[in-house]
Design a protein around this ligand. Structure first.
Ligand SMILES: [Zn+2]
Length: 286
């Protein structure tokens, strides 16, 4: 039996999670490491540009310009999926206005200033920004947007340019869950899977759907660095070799690591457990 089997099922209600500072050794952390691979073109923009050029976000990291997908963006899609899965349809919790009461807020945290509560809740699931393995390439695509007028009066075509992230681009994905229980891990793995299919792009035509391959799930605070990973890959190290090396002598406070096929099994088992659990949770809160 792995450490997953000894995780407590819950809690998933407020007031049941110990508050205050986290003792990493006592209350625990789970570190997940995976690779997200882009399956279709994507435009990851953090703000709308001016004019007719839409350009995906980039960042200079580990020695070069790379594609950049903000954790905040991924978090938003994941939250939306979870709200849908866990909360009853009449729930007053939304991505823009978290209720600070439900199981989703309990996991992902939130800030509620509008409801007269002025409350902030610590996010126990922490995602790191996704920065690509492949270097950023400025490749302008010329497109034309057609609107209704084109069909009726033959005018109104809007030419514009896009710089997108090409399919196949890979991103190391580092996630930590603090004070974890089985529900947190299962809910996260489920939501990540659905969110991947929905995509993280800004526009429906550039959906940016991805797939995640989990490389390992560690019981403890694994010190994984995207910087180190990307730098090693630039030197010719293969991702799986890097992972193997990390697992053989993990840095950080790590008790156990699940990897490879076992990771896939854990993901599968926990997702079906979550699907079953979330149906019951929704029913009980109606
Ligand atoms: Zn909520």
């Amino acid at each position: 039996m792995t450490f997953i089997g000894s995780l407590k099922e819950g809690p998933w209600r407020f007031g049941e999670i110990p508050s205050g500072r986290i003792n990493l050794l006592k209350e625990g952390v789970i570190t997940l490491f995976g690779i997200k691979r882009l399956e279709s073109e994507a435009l990851f923009v953090s703000n709308e540009g001016i004019g007719t050029l839409r350009e995906t976000s980039k960042v200079v990291f580990a020695g070069k310009e790379r594609y950049w997908l903000l954790a905040r963006k991924v978090n938003g899609v994941i939250r939306r999926v979870l709200l849908d899965a866990v909360n009853p349809p009449n729930s007053n919790c939304s991505v823009d206005n978290p209720c600070i009461e439900c199981p989703v807020c309990l996991m992902l945290g939130g800030l509620s200033a509008e409801r007269g509560k002025n409350q902030a809740v610590f996010a126990r699931v922490k995602l790191q920004d996704l920065i690509s393995v492949e270097p950023y390439e400025y490749d302008e695509k010329f497109r034309v947007r057609l609107n209704e007028k084109v069909l009726t009066a033959g005018e109104g075509t809007v030419p514009f340019q896009e710089v997108v992230v090409p399919p196949g681009t890979r991103f190391p994905f580092i996630v930590r869950i603090f004070k974890p229980n089985r529900f947190d891990l299962a809910a996260f793995l489920y939501a990540n899977k659905i969110a991947d299919a929905l995509g993280y792009g800004n526009y429906t035509k550039l959906r940016g759907d991805v797939s995640t391959e989990w490389k390992f799930i560690a019981d403890g605070m694994a010190f994984i660095s995207a910087f180190d990973f990307l730098s090693q890959l630039d030197l010719g190290t293969k991702p799986d070799a890097w992972v193997k090396d990390f697992i053989s002598s993990p840095k950080g406070v790590v008790r156990e690591i699940i990897s490879g096929e076992d990771c896939k099994q854990v993901e599968e088992d926990l997702i079906s457990w979550f699907v079953d659990k979330s149906v019951k949770l929704r029913a009980s809160s109606d």
